[in-house]
Design a protein around this ligand. Structure first.
Ligand SMILES: Nc1ncnc2c1ncn2[C@@H]1O[C@H](COP(=O)(O)OP(=O)(O)OP(=O)(O)O)[C@@H](O)[C@H]1O
Length: 218
């Protein structure tokens, strides 16, 4: 589904590249963890495959097409869902309206289908009352489940997550990992997760380590 071709990136000086000549493949129906020391460039890599920034060298192909050709704005809207450690929900809205808004913005095939959105939130453990409250009244684990539900009601087939369990306790982490596995295996999407946590990396179908400017399979 997604391929990096001789991908390279640096911030200020080409001599200080974070990584170069990276050739990795990510398939639909699979989950991938990316681990590595702090500052090694994991988030940078994720932002490149999410179309938030442009490669300094090489390219990224999504379903056989250079994402630059798809157009990064179009790619981010249609093909990618992003989940952050800090949830990034519309804080002035209810969970239900967060989902309905995301569906409308991304022109999801389920746009306007309130019952579908409510059903997804119910499946992820929210009560009918909670889904209509302001999201800020929910716990961290519940807010992250809303962010994940948002991904599940949108059509984007690449799901990227940056430290999605960073603010969660053990139980919520286990539940969130299980949801990512469902997204990969049941929705047949490709899930790429940057994580510090070995439990998350071990639970994913595949894991890469970014170390000394290179990716290796672990
Ligand atoms: N906008 C920026 N401008 C300049 N340097 C940056 C910028 N963003 C990140 N960096 C630097 O690039 C390197 C890689 O950062 P990145 O956030 O990708 O690493 P990371 O592996 O995700 O780290 P962490 O695990 O701590 O989140 C770091 O040394 C960081 O200071």
């Amino acid at each position: 589904m997604l391929k990096t071709k001789d991908l390279g990136y640096w911030y200020d000086n080409p001599k200080n590249s974070l990584f170069e000549n990276v050739n990795l493949e990510f398939e639909a129906g699979q989950s991938y963890a990316i681990v590595g020391q702090s500052g090694s460039g994991k988030t940078t890599f994720l932002s490149l495959i999410a179309g938030l920034d442009k490669p300094k060298s090489g390219s990224i192909e999504f379903e056989g097409k250079d994402i630059g050709q798809i157009g990064l704005t179009n790619y981010r809207k249609k093909d990618v869902s992003i989940i952050f450690q800090s949830y990034n929900l519309f804080t002035y809205m209810s969970p239900l309206n967060n989902l309905l808004t995301a569906m409308a913005i991304t022109e999801s095939s389920h746009t306007g289908d309130k019952a579908f959105a409510a059903d997804m939130l119910r499946k992820l453990g929210l009560t009918d009352e909670q889904m209509k409250q302001n999201v800020q009244q929910l716990s961290g684990g519940q807010q992250q489940r809303v962010a994940i539900a948002r991904t599940m009601v949108c059509d984007a087939r690449l799901v990227v997550a940056d430290e999605p369990t960073g603010n969660l306790d053990e139980d919520n982490t286990a539940e969130v990992i299980e949801l990512f596995q469902q997204i990969a295996h049941e929705q047949h999407k490709c899930v790429v997760i940057v994580t510090h946590e070995s439990t998350v990396a071990n639970a994913c179908d595949n894991a890469y380590r970014l170390e000394k400017h290179e990716f290796s399979v672990i």
